[in-house]
Ligand binder design. Structure first.
Ligand code: CTP
Length: 400
Protein backbone atom coordinates (compact mmCIF):
# COMPACT_ATOMS: atom_id res chain seq x y z
CA UNK A 1 0.00 0.00 0.00
CA UNK A 2 2.92 2.32 0.63
CA UNK A 3 4.87 1.42 -2.52
CA UNK A 4 5.95 4.58 -4.32
CA UNK A 5 4.29 6.86 -1.77
CA UNK A 6 6.08 10.08 -0.88
CA UNK A 7 6.11 10.52 2.88
CA UNK A 8 7.43 13.57 4.74
CA UNK A 9 8.52 12.47 8.19
CA UNK A 10 8.63 15.38 10.64
CA UNK A 11 10.75 14.73 13.73
CA UNK A 12 10.71 16.96 16.82
CA UNK A 13 12.63 17.19 20.09
CA UNK A 14 11.48 14.21 22.10
CA UNK A 15 13.19 11.15 23.56
CA UNK A 16 10.96 9.13 21.21
CA UNK A 17 12.90 10.61 18.26
CA UNK A 18 15.03 7.45 18.22
CA UNK A 19 11.90 5.53 17.23
CA UNK A 20 11.74 7.62 14.05
CA UNK A 21 14.66 5.51 12.78
CA UNK A 22 12.46 2.41 12.99
CA UNK A 23 9.62 4.25 11.27
CA UNK A 24 11.87 5.22 8.35
CA UNK A 25 13.17 1.67 8.03
CA UNK A 26 9.64 0.22 7.97
CA UNK A 27 8.40 2.81 5.46
CA UNK A 28 11.38 2.29 3.16
CA UNK A 29 11.01 -1.50 3.40
CA UNK A 30 7.42 -1.14 2.25
CA UNK A 31 8.53 0.82 -0.79
CA UNK A 32 7.84 4.40 0.34
CA UNK A 33 10.17 7.33 -0.31
CA UNK A 34 10.87 9.22 2.90
CA UNK A 35 11.99 12.82 3.24
CA UNK A 36 12.89 13.77 6.79
CA UNK A 37 12.28 17.28 8.10
CA UNK A 38 13.63 17.75 11.59
CA UNK A 39 13.33 20.65 14.04
CA UNK A 40 16.46 22.11 15.64
CA UNK A 41 15.46 20.46 18.95
CA UNK A 42 14.94 17.13 17.17
CA UNK A 43 18.62 17.10 16.18
CA UNK A 44 19.56 17.07 19.86
CA UNK A 45 17.93 13.64 20.13
CA UNK A 46 18.88 11.90 16.87
CA UNK A 47 21.53 12.78 14.31
CA UNK A 48 20.74 13.71 10.71
CA UNK A 49 23.43 11.22 9.62
CA UNK A 50 21.41 8.28 10.93
CA UNK A 51 18.21 9.63 9.38
CA UNK A 52 19.75 10.42 6.02
CA UNK A 53 21.45 7.01 5.84
CA UNK A 54 18.16 5.22 6.57
CA UNK A 55 16.04 7.34 4.23
CA UNK A 56 18.70 7.67 1.48
CA UNK A 57 17.82 11.36 1.32
CA UNK A 58 19.49 14.44 2.80
CA UNK A 59 17.72 15.57 5.96
CA UNK A 60 16.09 18.99 5.84
CA UNK A 61 16.20 21.18 8.90
CA UNK A 62 17.04 24.78 8.05
CA UNK A 63 15.46 27.12 5.51
CA UNK A 64 18.86 28.00 4.08
CA UNK A 65 22.14 26.18 3.61
CA UNK A 66 24.88 28.23 5.30
CA UNK A 67 27.46 27.01 2.83
CA UNK A 68 26.03 27.97 -0.54
CA UNK A 69 22.97 30.07 0.24
CA UNK A 70 20.60 27.58 -1.40
CA UNK A 71 17.23 27.32 0.25
CA UNK A 72 14.72 24.58 0.79
CA UNK A 73 11.25 25.12 -0.55
CA UNK A 74 8.63 24.04 1.95
CA UNK A 75 6.04 24.68 -0.77
CA UNK A 76 7.62 22.16 -3.19
CA UNK A 77 7.99 19.69 -0.37
CA UNK A 78 4.36 20.11 0.65
CA UNK A 79 3.24 19.45 -2.91
CA UNK A 80 5.55 16.44 -3.33
CA UNK A 81 4.05 14.57 -0.37
CA UNK A 82 1.34 11.91 -0.44
CA UNK A 83 1.28 12.13 3.35
CA UNK A 84 3.03 13.97 6.14
CA UNK A 85 3.72 12.17 9.39
CA UNK A 86 4.98 14.02 12.46
CA UNK A 87 6.42 11.42 14.82
CA UNK A 88 7.27 12.18 17.51
CA UNK A 89 5.24 15.39 17.84
CA UNK A 90 6.01 17.39 20.97
CA UNK A 91 3.53 19.63 22.80
CA UNK A 92 5.44 22.61 21.45
CA UNK A 93 5.24 21.57 17.79
CA UNK A 94 1.57 20.59 18.21
CA UNK A 95 0.94 24.06 19.63
CA UNK A 96 2.78 25.74 16.75
CA UNK A 97 0.92 23.65 14.16
CA UNK A 98 -2.45 24.42 15.75
CA UNK A 99 -1.73 28.15 15.77
CA UNK A 100 0.30 28.66 12.61
CA UNK A 101 3.53 29.63 14.34
CA UNK A 102 5.75 28.89 11.37
CA UNK A 103 9.20 29.53 12.84
CA UNK A 104 10.86 26.39 11.54
CA UNK A 105 11.01 24.27 8.41
CA UNK A 106 8.75 21.57 9.85
CA UNK A 107 5.82 23.87 10.64
CA UNK A 108 6.14 25.82 7.36
CA UNK A 109 6.10 22.49 5.50
CA UNK A 110 3.01 21.46 7.48
CA UNK A 111 1.24 24.69 6.52
CA UNK A 112 2.12 24.15 2.84
CA UNK A 113 1.14 20.50 2.82
CA UNK A 114 -1.99 19.57 0.86
CA UNK A 115 -1.65 15.85 1.64
CA UNK A 116 -3.20 14.12 4.68
CA UNK A 117 -1.30 14.75 7.91
CA UNK A 118 -0.74 12.21 10.69
CA UNK A 119 0.45 13.33 14.11
CA UNK A 120 1.87 10.97 16.74
CA UNK A 121 2.19 12.93 20.01
CA UNK A 122 4.92 12.07 22.51
CA UNK A 123 5.21 13.78 25.87
CA UNK A 124 4.86 13.40 29.61
CA UNK A 125 1.43 12.41 30.91
CA UNK A 126 0.67 15.77 32.53
CA UNK A 127 1.70 17.69 29.42
CA UNK A 128 -0.52 15.45 27.32
CA UNK A 129 -3.47 15.81 29.68
CA UNK A 130 -3.08 19.61 29.96
CA UNK A 131 -6.09 21.47 28.51
CA UNK A 132 -3.74 23.49 26.27
CA UNK A 133 -2.41 20.36 24.58
CA UNK A 134 -5.87 18.82 24.34
CA UNK A 135 -7.34 21.99 22.83
CA UNK A 136 -4.49 22.18 20.32
CA UNK A 137 -5.07 18.54 19.36
CA UNK A 138 -8.82 19.20 19.01
CA UNK A 139 -8.00 22.11 16.74
CA UNK A 140 -5.72 19.96 14.60
CA UNK A 141 -8.43 17.28 14.45
CA UNK A 142 -10.95 19.89 13.35
CA UNK A 143 -8.62 20.70 10.41
CA UNK A 144 -8.90 17.03 9.37
CA UNK A 145 -5.47 15.97 10.66
CA UNK A 146 -5.22 12.41 11.94
CA UNK A 147 -4.04 12.08 15.52
CA UNK A 148 -2.37 8.76 16.31
CA UNK A 149 -3.21 8.56 20.01
CA UNK A 150 -0.26 7.95 22.33
CA UNK A 151 -0.21 4.74 24.30
CA UNK A 152 -0.20 4.31 28.08
CA UNK A 153 2.98 3.06 29.69
CA UNK A 154 6.26 4.05 31.28
CA UNK A 155 7.46 7.45 30.13
CA UNK A 156 10.95 8.93 29.90
CA UNK A 157 10.28 10.55 33.30
CA UNK A 158 9.65 7.03 34.69
CA UNK A 159 6.10 8.11 35.46
CA UNK A 160 3.43 5.82 34.06
CA UNK A 161 0.54 7.19 32.01
CA UNK A 162 -0.70 8.28 28.61
CA UNK A 163 1.83 10.12 26.49
CA UNK A 164 4.16 7.44 25.07
CA UNK A 165 4.39 7.73 21.31
CA UNK A 166 2.58 4.83 19.64
CA UNK A 167 4.93 2.04 18.53
CA UNK A 168 6.52 2.46 15.06
CA UNK A 169 4.84 -0.67 13.59
CA UNK A 170 1.41 0.61 14.63
CA UNK A 171 2.12 4.08 13.21
CA UNK A 172 3.18 2.55 9.90
CA UNK A 173 0.12 0.25 9.96
CA UNK A 174 -2.10 3.35 10.36
CA UNK A 175 -0.61 4.84 7.19
CA UNK A 176 -0.92 1.53 5.34
CA UNK A 177 -4.58 1.20 6.27
CA UNK A 178 -5.17 4.78 5.17
CA UNK A 179 -3.77 4.10 1.71
CA UNK A 180 -5.46 0.72 1.40
CA UNK A 181 -8.53 1.42 -0.72
CA UNK A 182 -10.03 -1.92 0.27
CA UNK A 183 -9.97 -0.97 3.97
CA UNK A 184 -11.57 2.44 3.67
CA UNK A 185 -14.96 3.48 4.98
CA UNK A 186 -14.99 6.63 2.87
CA UNK A 187 -18.52 7.67 1.87
CA UNK A 188 -20.01 5.19 4.35
CA UNK A 189 -22.39 6.11 7.14
CA UNK A 190 -22.27 4.11 10.34
CA UNK A 191 -24.65 4.11 13.30
CA UNK A 192 -23.10 3.15 16.64
CA UNK A 193 -24.92 2.78 19.96
CA UNK A 194 -22.72 3.09 23.04
CA UNK A 195 -22.75 3.31 26.82
CA UNK A 196 -25.45 2.39 29.32
CA UNK A 197 -29.05 3.51 29.43
CA UNK A 198 -30.62 5.04 32.51
CA UNK A 199 -34.17 4.03 33.36
CA UNK A 200 -35.76 6.62 35.59
CA UNK A 201 -37.36 5.68 38.90
CA UNK A 202 -37.97 9.23 40.13
CA UNK A 203 -36.28 12.61 39.47
CA UNK A 204 -33.11 11.57 41.35
CA UNK A 205 -32.84 7.77 40.88
CA UNK A 206 -32.42 5.42 37.98
CA UNK A 207 -31.60 1.84 37.03
CA UNK A 208 -28.31 1.73 35.14
CA UNK A 209 -25.35 -0.52 34.52
CA UNK A 210 -21.54 -0.46 34.58
CA UNK A 211 -20.99 0.25 30.87
CA UNK A 212 -18.35 2.99 30.40
CA UNK A 213 -18.94 3.46 26.66
CA UNK A 214 -15.21 2.97 25.96
CA UNK A 215 -15.69 0.22 23.37
CA UNK A 216 -18.39 2.13 21.49
CA UNK A 217 -16.38 5.36 21.48
CA UNK A 218 -13.26 3.51 20.29
CA UNK A 219 -15.34 2.07 17.44
CA UNK A 220 -16.70 5.50 16.56
CA UNK A 221 -13.20 7.04 16.44
CA UNK A 222 -11.84 4.13 14.39
CA UNK A 223 -14.72 4.30 11.85
CA UNK A 224 -14.31 8.08 11.54
CA UNK A 225 -10.54 7.72 11.10
CA UNK A 226 -11.25 5.41 8.13
CA UNK A 227 -13.36 8.13 6.54
CA UNK A 228 -16.89 7.20 7.67
CA UNK A 229 -19.55 9.59 8.88
CA UNK A 230 -20.56 8.29 12.29
CA UNK A 231 -23.82 8.71 14.17
CA UNK A 232 -23.02 7.89 17.78
CA UNK A 233 -26.14 7.39 19.86
CA UNK A 234 -24.74 7.51 23.35
CA UNK A 235 -26.10 6.87 26.81
CA UNK A 236 -24.70 8.91 29.74
CA UNK A 237 -20.90 8.50 29.80
CA UNK A 238 -17.99 10.73 30.76
CA UNK A 239 -16.29 10.35 27.35
CA UNK A 240 -16.11 12.79 24.49
CA UNK A 241 -16.19 12.10 20.77
CA UNK A 242 -13.09 13.69 19.23
CA UNK A 243 -13.20 13.19 15.48
CA UNK A 244 -15.09 15.92 13.60
CA UNK A 245 -16.98 13.29 11.54
CA UNK A 246 -18.69 11.88 14.63
CA UNK A 247 -22.18 13.23 15.28
CA UNK A 248 -22.97 12.42 18.87
CA UNK A 249 -26.62 12.14 19.85
CA UNK A 250 -26.98 11.98 23.62
CA UNK A 251 -29.88 10.02 25.06
CA UNK A 252 -30.71 8.65 28.46
CA UNK A 253 -33.29 5.86 28.33
CA UNK A 254 -33.58 2.72 26.21
CA UNK A 255 -36.77 4.14 24.68
CA UNK A 256 -34.88 7.30 23.57
CA UNK A 257 -32.06 5.17 22.17
CA UNK A 258 -34.61 3.04 20.30
CA UNK A 259 -36.30 6.09 18.74
CA UNK A 260 -32.99 7.59 17.69
CA UNK A 261 -31.60 4.36 16.26
CA UNK A 262 -34.80 3.67 14.31
CA UNK A 263 -34.72 7.20 12.85
CA UNK A 264 -31.07 7.04 11.79
CA UNK A 265 -30.81 3.40 10.65
CA UNK A 266 -32.55 3.70 7.22
CA UNK A 267 -29.89 6.19 6.04
CA UNK A 268 -26.76 4.26 7.12
CA UNK A 269 -24.70 1.48 5.56
CA UNK A 270 -24.09 -0.33 8.84
CA UNK A 271 -24.95 -0.26 12.53
CA UNK A 272 -22.81 -1.47 15.40
CA UNK A 273 -24.85 -1.98 18.54
CA UNK A 274 -22.42 -1.68 21.36
CA UNK A 275 -24.69 -0.16 24.01
CA UNK A 276 -25.56 -1.98 27.19
CA UNK A 277 -29.27 -1.35 26.89
CA UNK A 278 -31.34 -1.89 30.02
CA UNK A 279 -33.70 -4.78 29.31
CA UNK A 280 -36.26 -3.43 31.80
CA UNK A 281 -37.58 -0.09 33.02
CA UNK A 282 -39.81 0.79 35.96
CA UNK A 283 -43.46 0.55 34.93
CA UNK A 284 -44.12 3.87 36.68
CA UNK A 285 -41.83 6.87 37.02
CA UNK A 286 -42.60 9.04 40.00
CA UNK A 287 -42.80 12.77 39.21
CA UNK A 288 -41.73 13.56 42.77
CA UNK A 289 -38.84 12.14 44.77
CA UNK A 290 -40.00 8.94 46.46
CA UNK A 291 -39.91 9.46 50.22
CA UNK A 292 -38.75 6.70 52.53
CA UNK A 293 -40.96 7.80 55.41
CA UNK A 294 -44.21 7.70 53.46
CA UNK A 295 -43.36 4.73 51.18
CA UNK A 296 -41.96 2.21 53.62
CA UNK A 297 -41.22 -1.15 52.02
CA UNK A 298 -41.21 -0.81 48.27
CA UNK A 299 -41.62 -3.10 45.27
CA UNK A 300 -40.50 -1.83 41.89
CA UNK A 301 -42.45 -3.33 39.01
CA UNK A 302 -40.34 -3.56 35.83
CA UNK A 303 -41.56 -3.91 32.27
CA UNK A 304 -39.42 -4.98 29.27
CA UNK A 305 -37.82 -2.41 26.98
CA UNK A 306 -37.82 -2.78 23.21
CA UNK A 307 -34.95 -4.75 21.73
CA UNK A 308 -33.20 -2.21 19.51
CA UNK A 309 -30.99 -4.76 17.75
CA UNK A 310 -33.92 -7.04 16.95
CA UNK A 311 -36.03 -4.10 15.71
CA UNK A 312 -33.25 -2.95 13.36
CA UNK A 313 -32.78 -6.59 12.28
CA UNK A 314 -36.42 -6.61 11.16
CA UNK A 315 -36.14 -3.50 8.98
CA UNK A 316 -32.60 -4.21 7.71
CA UNK A 317 -32.19 -3.90 3.92
CA UNK A 318 -30.12 -6.44 1.94
CA UNK A 319 -27.15 -4.07 1.60
CA UNK A 320 -27.07 -3.03 5.27
CA UNK A 321 -24.82 -4.68 7.84
CA UNK A 322 -25.90 -5.13 11.44
CA UNK A 323 -23.35 -5.92 14.14
CA UNK A 324 -24.23 -6.81 17.72
CA UNK A 325 -22.38 -7.53 20.94
CA UNK A 326 -22.90 -10.26 23.48
CA UNK A 327 -21.45 -10.03 26.96
CA UNK A 328 -21.94 -13.40 28.60
CA UNK A 329 -20.99 -15.08 31.84
CA UNK A 330 -21.49 -18.74 30.78
CA UNK A 331 -22.28 -20.91 27.75
CA UNK A 332 -20.97 -18.01 25.65
CA UNK A 333 -21.04 -19.38 22.10
CA UNK A 334 -24.48 -20.90 22.55
CA UNK A 335 -25.97 -17.58 23.75
CA UNK A 336 -24.16 -15.60 21.06
CA UNK A 337 -25.44 -17.93 18.31
CA UNK A 338 -28.96 -17.53 19.63
CA UNK A 339 -28.67 -13.70 19.66
CA UNK A 340 -27.15 -13.62 16.17
CA UNK A 341 -30.17 -15.45 14.78
CA UNK A 342 -32.83 -13.84 16.96
CA UNK A 343 -31.70 -10.31 16.09
CA UNK A 344 -30.85 -11.02 12.42
CA UNK A 345 -27.26 -9.81 12.85
CA UNK A 346 -24.52 -10.25 10.24
CA UNK A 347 -22.00 -10.92 12.94
CA UNK A 348 -21.77 -10.72 16.71
CA UNK A 349 -18.86 -9.71 18.90
CA UNK A 350 -18.66 -11.96 21.90
CA UNK A 351 -16.91 -11.17 25.15
CA UNK A 352 -17.01 -13.21 28.28
CA UNK A 353 -16.92 -11.80 31.79
CA UNK A 354 -14.94 -14.94 32.65
CA UNK A 355 -11.96 -13.54 30.70
CA UNK A 356 -9.76 -11.20 32.73
CA UNK A 357 -9.46 -7.74 31.19
CA UNK A 358 -12.67 -8.12 29.16
CA UNK A 359 -15.98 -6.34 29.47
CA UNK A 360 -17.15 -3.33 31.44
CA UNK A 361 -14.93 -0.48 32.63
CA UNK A 362 -11.67 -2.06 31.32
CA UNK A 363 -9.35 -0.43 28.81
CA UNK A 364 -8.82 -3.85 27.25
CA UNK A 365 -11.08 -6.45 25.73
CA UNK A 366 -10.86 -10.05 24.58
CA UNK A 367 -13.32 -10.86 21.86
CA UNK A 368 -14.44 -13.57 19.49
CA UNK A 369 -16.41 -12.80 16.36
CA UNK A 370 -19.14 -15.18 15.26
CA UNK A 371 -20.66 -14.60 11.84
CA UNK A 372 -23.84 -15.74 10.11
CA UNK A 373 -21.94 -18.51 8.32
CA UNK A 374 -20.99 -19.97 11.72
CA UNK A 375 -17.29 -18.99 11.57
CA UNK A 376 -15.88 -18.21 15.01
CA UNK A 377 -12.67 -16.15 15.10
CA UNK A 378 -10.92 -15.68 18.43
CA UNK A 379 -8.67 -12.71 19.17
CA UNK A 380 -6.13 -12.24 21.98
CA UNK A 381 -6.49 -9.64 24.77
CA UNK A 382 -5.96 -6.18 23.24
CA UNK A 383 -6.63 -2.51 23.97
CA UNK A 384 -10.17 -1.42 23.08
CA UNK A 385 -8.68 0.72 20.29
CA UNK A 386 -7.05 -2.35 18.74
CA UNK A 387 -10.20 -4.41 19.22
CA UNK A 388 -12.12 -1.67 17.39
CA UNK A 389 -9.75 -2.09 14.42
CA UNK A 390 -10.37 -5.88 14.33
CA UNK A 391 -14.13 -5.33 14.38
CA UNK A 392 -13.97 -2.70 11.66
CA UNK A 393 -11.78 -4.89 9.46
CA UNK A 394 -14.48 -7.53 9.68
CA UNK A 395 -17.15 -4.91 8.94
CA UNK A 396 -15.26 -3.61 5.90
CA UNK A 397 -15.01 -7.13 4.47
CA UNK A 398 -18.80 -7.56 4.84
CA UNK A 399 -19.64 -4.16 3.34
CA UNK A 400 -17.96 -5.00 0.05
N1 CTP B 1 -29.54 -4.81 22.55
C1 CTP B 1 -30.34 -3.84 22.04
N2 CTP B 1 -31.51 -3.51 22.69
C2 CTP B 1 -31.85 -4.13 23.84
C3 CTP B 1 -31.00 -5.12 24.38
C4 CTP B 1 -29.86 -5.44 23.70
O1 CTP B 1 -30.04 -3.28 20.99
N3 CTP B 1 -32.98 -3.77 24.46
C5 CTP B 1 -28.33 -5.18 21.79
C6 CTP B 1 -27.03 -4.87 22.50
O2 CTP B 1 -26.56 -3.59 22.18
C7 CTP B 1 -26.13 -5.97 21.95
C8 CTP B 1 -27.06 -7.13 21.71
O3 CTP B 1 -28.35 -6.57 21.58
O4 CTP B 1 -25.57 -5.62 20.70
C9 CTP B 1 -27.06 -8.18 22.79
O5 CTP B 1 -27.31 -7.57 24.04
P1 CTP B 1 -27.54 -8.47 25.33
O6 CTP B 1 -27.90 -7.58 26.49
O7 CTP B 1 -26.37 -9.38 25.48
O8 CTP B 1 -28.78 -9.31 24.82
P2 CTP B 1 -30.23 -9.51 25.33
O9 CTP B 1 -31.04 -9.79 24.12
O10 CTP B 1 -30.65 -8.39 26.20
O11 CTP B 1 -30.10 -10.86 26.14
P3 CTP B 1 -29.77 -11.13 27.70
O12 CTP B 1 -29.70 -9.81 28.39
O13 CTP B 1 -30.91 -11.97 28.15
O14 CTP B 1 -28.47 -11.87 27.69
Amino acid sequence: MLKGKHIILGITGSIAAYKAAYIIRALVKKGAEVQVVITPAGKEFITPITLSALSSNPVISEFFSNRDGSWHSHVDLGLWADAMLIAPATASTIGKMANGIADNMLVTTYLSCKAPVFIAPAMDLDMFAHPTTQQNLDRLRSFGNHIIEPAEGELASHLVGKGRMEEPDKIVATLETFFDESMTLKDKKILITAGPTYEKIDPVRFIGNYSSGKMGYALAEACAARGAEVFLVSGPVSLQAKHPSIHRISIESAEEMYQCAMDVFPSVDAAILCAAVADYRPEMTSAEKIKRESTGEMTLKLVPNKDIAASLGQIKMADQILVGFALETSDEVHHATDKLKRKNLDFIVLNSLRDQGAGFRCDTNKISILDQEGTLTEYPLKSKQEVAVDIINKLVSRLK
